[in-house]
Design a protein around this ligand. Structure first.
Ligand code: NAD
Ligand code: WQD
Length: 350
């Protein structure tokens, strides 16, 4: 099928980590991803990687999601070309917890304001299917694990976390007056890894805050030893527990969620949250051991103090996604870590 005859889907933040992998998954499933990104936290390398993996000149537009006129021009040009958008995967947002504490207004403007502009323009163009990047951060420190979608939100630990809670609320309130809307709120747990080709992956700018990019950079000798943030937590080995899922599994969940939106027949709006995780937790030390098993490399690390704001243990109950989206993770923690390492090595030699 040629690019022009496939259903077109906007991917905001399409040059970013999860957006680029999801674009490849969309293309594999028969859609044309229309990438849009302001390149604030990414560069054209990811766009080129997506094009290489898709084997086609996938469209890319350098545009800010808060630029309503730019969005209008893009949506109109797609309509005039006979390829109107069938839906939107909305990834574009700032995502650094620490930065959000220093710049809460910037996070509110970009993450919540950007969503507002996108919704207004989408309404004007009758685009009704939207898949939104939410986060397990909305649950805070959960009362019970695994967490299912009925768990109450805790007061947000950071301005970033608040933007995800607020965005879910905006989408829910908006749907109350737009009965044609179909919205999947995807609450990701901890995405890691890269496409197995190592053509695309995560590009952390500066010192990584997240565990796996820091770990791979430490093993590559770009950083010093990894600091394990706290070994006195009430867990089996004293380190925090998270639910790490392969980014390609997460990408495929977006295709499943889009198809779910397209298949809804209800006369009323549908807004549904879905947890996306493996259903099991791994401690920081278990991640280190799994990385060593998967790659044969030794991880330099040292025990350190707790990091402020860290939740002790959280992992998903992903049953709803399995039952309603027909999606579950297929790749192991070892596979994800091996792919993260392959990507790190490709970056080093690039
Ligand atoms: P990323 O930074 O790699 O990708 C986001 C992309 O959006 C970047 O390419 C950035 O340049 C772009 N962007 C930001 N603001 C924009 C704007 N105003 N207009 C256009 N483009 C803009 O981040 P990611 O890890 O791919 O995250 C994607 C989404 O998933 C975000 O909404 C994030 O909050 C959410 N999320 C990420 C994680 C995670 O651990 N990576 C976990 C849960 C949720
Ligand atoms: C994982 C574990 C750390 C780095 C954050 C955001 C969250 C979400 C994903 C978007 C924790 C430990 C880490 C290090 C360590 N994003 N660690 N040494 O904290 O679960 O979630 O990113 O929505 O909102 O809060 O992920 O990768 O930072 O940490 O020991 O150098 O690794 O303490 O236990 P986290 P993470």
């Amino acid at each position: 099928m040629s690019t022009s005859s496939r259903p077109h889907v906007l991917v905001t933040g399409g040059a970013g980590y999860i957006g680029s992998h999801s674009a490849v998954a969309l293309h594999e499933a028969g859609f044309t991803p229309v990438l849009m990104d302001n390149l604030h936290n990414s560069d054209l390398q990811a766009v080129n990687g997506v094009r290489e993996l898709c084997g086609e000149p996938v469209p890319f537009h350098q545009l800010d999601v808060r630029d309503g006129e730019g969005l209008t021009a893009l949506f109109t040009s797609l309509e005039e070309a006979g390829t109107p958008l069938q839906g939107i995967l909305h990834f574009a947002a700032h995502k650094a917890v620490g930065e959000s504490v220093a710049h809460p207004a910037m996070y509110a403007s970009n993450n919540v304001g950007g969503l507002g502009t996108l919704l207004e323009v989408a309404d004007a163009h009758n685009i009704r299917n939207l898949v939104f990047s939410s986060s397990c951060t909305v649950y805070g420190e959960p009362e019970n694990v695994p967490v299912d979608e009925s768990a109450p939100f805790q007061p947000a630990e950071s301005p970033y976390g608040w933007t995800k809670q607020a965005s879910e609320r905006v989408l829910t309130d908006h749907a109350a007056t737009h009965p044609e809307h179909r919205v999947a709120l995807l609450r990701y747990f901890n995405p890691i890894g890269a496409h197995p080709s190592a053509s695309i992956g995560e590009l952390p700018l500066g010192v990584p805050n997240n565990l796996v990019p820091f770990l791979t950079q430490a093993v590559a000798g770009i950083r010093g030893a990894l600091t394990v943030f706290g070994d006195d937590y009430p867990t089996a080995d004293g380190t925090c527990i998270r639910d790490y899922l392969h980014v390609m599994d997460l990408a495929e969940a977006h295709v499943a969620a889009l198809k779910w939106c397209l298949a809804q027949k209800s006369r009323e709006a549908v807004v549904r949250p879905f947890n996306l995780g493996t259903g099991s937790g791994a401690s920081v030390l278990e991640v280190i051991r799994a990385f060593e098993r998967a790659t044969g490399e030794r991880v330099p690390y040292a025990m350190g103090d707790r990091r402020a704001g860290d939740v002790v243990a959280i992992w998903a109950n992903p049953s709803r996604a399995k039952e309603e989206l027909g999606w579950e993770t297929k790749r192991s923690l070892e596979t994800a870590l091996a792919d993260a390492w392959r990507w790190q090595q490709a970056l080093k030699t690039a």
